[in-house]
Design a protein around this ligand. Structure first.
Ligand code: HAM
Length: 431
């Protein structure tokens, strides 16, 4: 008789588990982000992971890679077309409008969470990935553009990444200026049609600016010779861009003007930027964003300027790991163990008492029995600095044995009444 072996179900390609060995790095990063957002006066917003498909189609643009090829779109049981969010800006605008947050007021918002794009998975590119994003509404001038960029720059500085990233900057001007430029660009590319690849030919009618983004070396020369959007800006956009550059100069933030930076989403106007690194291979953009002054109106709201960015958390953590910049944090301070089963109840009581007395203490209680030797092995594996041992003698004396696990300090018996004090001293914290 053959036994059938149940087939194991695996995770979806490009969607990763975050394992306990990795989560401290994410928590470290997320803690930094929370602090930073508070320091710059941004408030958190959380929106649903699923939205109506039309929201993304109308904001990101029908002829973008995201909307054409990458969205996880499905019909729900009512027959409505829904989509797992591929990014956060559209949802943020929708939520802000729907909840009256844009009514005669400015907003500085931030969010974080999973996004979904059906791209070809590779290092730094996943189908479920995580972004931290910020969006500011109601500010017309370039001061907020500078503020948004400075917030990201401060994060790089504090993570030790500043010298490993480059700020690329461009302006896309007003939609009118862009339409006029688009005609010029199409005329130029028509003249060089024979050099264009299939993708570029297709984009010539649908989204010609995106041709500038092509990495095809065969088109490099014709791209170099193309008219530049920066030379065709409307006067107010030109002034906005000059002021932004002056603000960044004054703040000591270096940037590179990249006239070919057009971004893959259609909602941008004026300022666009990307922070890139060469340390991650082809997926080197760690943070990207810009201004989108027309989007709120396009989605049915009153004209309201917007600007923001999103950073890819996986890419940033990869970068920190590549550069060996992740702090190494042990999981616990103390591992408390009963030397045998008779002391289990006393150990549980003592653990709870210590947790009440020292709320900052990271204490792991041994569970699951085993020989003394195996208990000590687990103590060592926990990464804790100290083991606290409780046996018959200790129980009779109301003491506990304190044993250093990371250096050869002599072990000592400490009266239980003194334990909180001793641990505070040893771990150099105040109770
Ligand atoms: P985006 O350029 O599409 O912009 O994505 C922003 C960042 O998310 C990228 O620079 C990258 O770090 C990360 N990212 C994107 N796709 C993936 C992926 N498949 N795997 C891993 N990481 C990825 C936006 O999403 C805009 N909403 C940004 C924005 C906010 N603009 C204004 N406000």
């Amino acid at each position: 008789m053959s036994k059938s072996v149940a087939k194991k179900i695996q995770a979806i390609r490009g969607m990763n588990d975050l394992l306990p060995s990795e989560s401290p790095r994410w928590q470290f990063f997320e803690d930094k982000i929370r602090q930073l957002m508070k320091r710059y006066g941004f408030a958190e917003i959380r929106t649903p992971i699923v939205e109506q498909t039309a929201l993304f189609a109308r904001s990101i643009g029908e002829v973008t890679d995201i909307v054409e090829k990458e969205m996880y779109t499905f019909e729900d049981r009512n027959g409505d077309s829904l989509t797992l969010r591929p990014e956060g800006t559209a949802s943020c605008v929708r939520a802000a409008m729907e909840n009256g947050l844009l009514y005669n007021q400015t907003q500085r918002l931030w969010y974080q969470g999973p996004m979904f794009r059906h791209e070809r998975p590779q290092k730094g590119r996943y189908r479920q990935f995580h972004q931290v994003g910020i969006e500011a509404y109601g500010f017309e001038g370039p001061d907020i553009d500078a503020e948004v960029i400075l917030l990201s720059a401060r994060l790089w500085k504090e993570l030790g990444l500043m010298e490993h990233v480059t700020l690329e900057l461009n302006s896309l001007g007003s939609s009118e200026a862009r339409a006029a430029y688009r005609d010029k660009l199409v005329a130029y590319f028509e003249e060089h049609r024979e050099v264009l690849d299939e993708d570029a030919k297709r984009r010539l009618t649908s989204n010609p600016l995106r041709i500038l983004d092509s990495k095809n070396p065969a088109m490099a020369e014709v791209l170099d010779g193309a008219p530049r959007l920066l030379d065709n800006l409307d006067a107010p956009s030109q002034a906005h861009f000059e002021q932004l550059k002056a603000m960044l100069d004054a703040a000591g933030i270096a940037y590179v003007i990249n006239p070919r930076l057009v971004r893959g989403l259609d909602y941008y106007s004026r300022t666009v930027f990307e922070w890139t690194t060469t340390a991650l291979g082809s997926q080197g953009t760690v943070c990207a964003g810009g201004r989108y002054d027309g989007l709120v109106e396009q989605l049915g709201g009153k004209p309201t300027p917007g600007v923001g960015f999103a950073m890819g958390i996986e890419r940033l953590i990869l970068l920190l790991e590549t550069l060996d910049l992740v702090p190494n944090e042990a999981g616990s301070d103390v591992y408390l163990l009963a030397m045998d089963d008779t002391a289990t109840i006393a150990a549980i009581t003592l653990a709870e008492q210590l947790r009440s007395e020292l709320p900052w203490l990271r204490l792991q209680l041994h569970c699951g029995g085993g020989s003394f030797k195996s208990r000590m092995k687990k103590a060592d594996k926990s990464g804790a600095a100290f083991a606290l041992l409780l046996g018959e003698d200790e129980m009779n004396e109301h003491t506990v044995t304190l044993k250093a696990l990371r250096d050869d300090q002599a072990q000592q018996r400490v009266p239980q009444a003194m334990l909180a004090h001793t641990l505070s001293e040893q771990l150099s914290q105040t109770p």
